[in-house]
Design a binder for this molecule. Sequence first.
Ligand code: NAI
Length: 291
Amino acid sequence: MVTPEGGGGVGHRILVIGAGVMGTGITTLALRHGVSVTLVDTSEAILAAARTRIAAELRMAQLVAGPAETDPGVLDTATSALPAIGGADAVIEAVVEDASVKADVLATVSAAAPGTPIITNTSSIPVDELADAVKRPEDLLGTHFMNPSYVIPTVEVIRGPRSGEAAMAAVAELLAVLGRKPIVVKDAPGFVTSRLLHPMINDAARIVREGTASAEDVDALMTGCLGHPTGPLRTADLIGIDNLVDALSVLHKRTGDERSRPCDLLLGMVRDGHHGRKTGRGFYDYEEVFR
Ligand code: NAI
């Protein structure tokens, strides 16, 4: 158990699987709040890039949110989840938005540590679709941390029909340690936030494709007229165009809503490797690329 006061817990250590945009952001958040992290991905090269990114994010978090209030947690990295799983208070899975990849990862960790709360961090996949893969479905629930996780104060928490009280309580405690406000919703494709945000981004991309307005002007209108913090297309670059298309595809398949069918412009960007901030090019160009 992790406690906000820092006492009584078993080590304040979590396992984060997937060292991409979200895995590194969640790791940054945890380290700043004194929670130690073992971060897992498939290669040492990805993990080295993740360490660089986390160092930059820790500096950014300090600028945006001020100095950390506790001693930082310790960061370890590994190419296998299994050696570190025993001492983990919770496991956060943040691998790609692909139900079969997620199911494989969840099956492995749940078999190794039954009773440990397991969180799948997903934009769109219903938690209950993944629950059959885990040994104890009651250990599993979903989160939708927003990006950047070390800045955004609220976390959408998804309670699947089989998520158990103990796992829900443990994750509420973890989020309290991390200074995050949970909003618990029921299980559905895209939950609340992606169900609303992703079709809007898809429409914004269609507007650019049709030539009605440039990406800059779409974002300027949405920020200047409607109070959106960055505009939908800058948000798309921050999310990652590949991840956006994966999540739109899940939404489209599960709901049948044509607004969620990934539009040609987004599909072409994925084909061309223009995945947004993480590749240096999306709707905008970026100088700083982490991998
Ligand atoms: P990403 O593509 O940046 O990173 C995914 C990472 O998972 C990669 O580093 C990849 O090497 C790793 N991975 C793939 N298979 C693996 C395996 N078997 N074991 C260990 N690592 C593996 O993806 P991102 O954006 O970090 O998304 C992760 C999850 O979080 C997705 O489910 C996504 O939908 C969700 N999410 C993403 C948000 C965003 O703004 N990008 C926001 C909220 C949720």
